[in-house]
Design a protein around this ligand. Structure first.
Ligand SMILES: [Zn+2]
Length: 114
């Protein structure tokens, strides 16, 4: 994954939200929802975030990550199961006709300003 491009997106969203709170609002915390299936490394995001927000009121904010499990839905029998990083085969009926229904999330859930 391209953590740098993703972080740029996050910074844009945070900056926009921050401006909504006022010109001088200082960002203290950012909560990011991150799907396990994105394989994005939170430490990389933290690293780029610090780099990209240098000398802005967003710098130094605490980044909190809410990891969303990868859930797969079986179209064969209708069961939902957690993806175990090995296969998309349904553990109930053995069907391979499955869809990822969560785990791809990557969004800014909330920000805190002071
Ligand atoms: Zn099934």
């Amino acid at each position: 994954m391209h953590e740098m491009a993703i972080t740029q997106e996050i910074v844009n969203v945070v900056d926009e939200a921050r401006l909504g709170a006022g010109e001088n609002a200082q960002v203290v915390k950012v909560v990011i929802q991150i799907g396990k299936f994105t394989a994005v490394v939170p430490d990389c995001i933290k690293f780029y975030y610090d780099m990209m927000t240098e000398n802005t009121p967003m710098h130094g904010a605490e980044l909190e990550f809410n990891v969303v499990q990868t859930v797969v839905h079986c179209k064969g029998c209708g069961v939902d199961f957690e993806f175990e990083e090995v296969s998309f085969i349904c553990p109930e009926c053995g069907s391979g006709d499955t869809d990822i229904i969560s785990g791809r999330e990557l969004l800014v859930e909330s920000i805190e300003v002071s």
